[in-house]
Design a protein around this ligand. Structure first.
Ligand code: F6R
Length: 259
């Protein structure tokens, strides 16, 4: 696991560099897209690079998760969020970005179909991730099976409170259920790039990088991934025991070595 501690703007550039490098080497790459605040600066950077010539026209993308039951036109439905924040700002072809169907009549069947769609696409090459204050990645809340696949999950009170800011501050408007890629689904991606900023994420980041692998902090499963990159600002890094070592390692990193 590589840990990079840097200002937020630099983290966004590094993540965008990884996406750009992937697409330049393989224009048909499969991206994994997260919603929430953490990736927004990366999406802004990618939109800028698209204007400068970076194409997504042959790429595909899979979203991490979706609320259950939000109407098709709800602005916080994750499909609509991803459309607004990235898909509509670059040149993905229609249908190239897929997400779990939180309005399906048969939700378990929709989850199984989603897993199959990812497999049929050849798997995800680069997965962008955020982390919840409770240590979730996607919506794999504490207690999630480390071997889980796409399924229905119940959101914790903590996550619903954290996300109330997207629903006018009302926790009651935040759905109680979601469909989410499982931890094993995420672990099958070939490169994981997680972004975290702000002090509220410090304990989750400490557990992710330095805690024991445990379903209580689901992101800790990333310690078992052969290519995981954790991009954090000073505040999110403030509880890391080996923070100085990660800073030194990054400062000493050879120029030719990408993420
Ligand atoms: C969203 C997702 C979540 C968020 C996490 C952090 O698709 O998968 O795991 O990444 O809740 O959210 P923000 O970035 O809003 O702090």
């Amino acid at each position: 696991m590589e840990v990079v501690i840097a200002p937020a703007a630099e983290l966004a550039r590094l993540a965008a560099d990884a996406v750009e490098g992937l697409l330049r080497g393989n224009p048909e790459a499969v991206l994994g897209l997260a919603t929430g605040s953490s990736p927004l600066a990366v999406y802004d950077e990618l939109a800028t690079r698209h204007k400068e010539g970076l194409s997504f026209a042959r790429a595909r993308a899979f979203m991490l998760d979706e609320y259950v039951g939000l109407s098709a036109d709800h602005p916080e439905r994750y499909r609509n969020v991803i459309e607004k924040e990235i898909a509509s700002r670059v040149d993905f072809v229609p249908g190239a970005v897929q997400g779990p169907d939180g309005l399906a009549e048969d939700l378990p069947a929709a989850c199984a179909a989603y897993e199959q769609a990812i497999t049929d696409a050849g798997g995800v090459d680069l997965q962008i991730l955020g982390i919840g204050t409770d240590g979730h990645i996607a919506f794999n809340e504490p207690g999630s099976s480390l071997a889980s696949r796409t399924r229905i999950k119940t959101l914790t009170k903590q996550t619903r409170e954290d996300n109330a800011r997207f629903f006018g501050g009302s926790v009651d408007l935040v759905p109680r259920h979601c469909l989410t890629q499982g931890l094993a689904t995420i672990m099958a991606a070939r490169h994981l790039v997680l972004l975290a900023t702000g002090r509220a994420k410090a304990e989750a980041v400490h557990q992710l990088v330095e805690g024991p692998v445990s379903a209580m902090w689901p992101a800790t499963i990333m310690q078992l991934h052969p290519h995981a990159t954790v991009l954090v600002d000073d505040a999110a890094a403030s509880r890391l025991q080996l923070g100085d070592y990660y800073r030194q390692t990054y400062a000493d990193k050879p120029d030719w070595q990408g993420l």
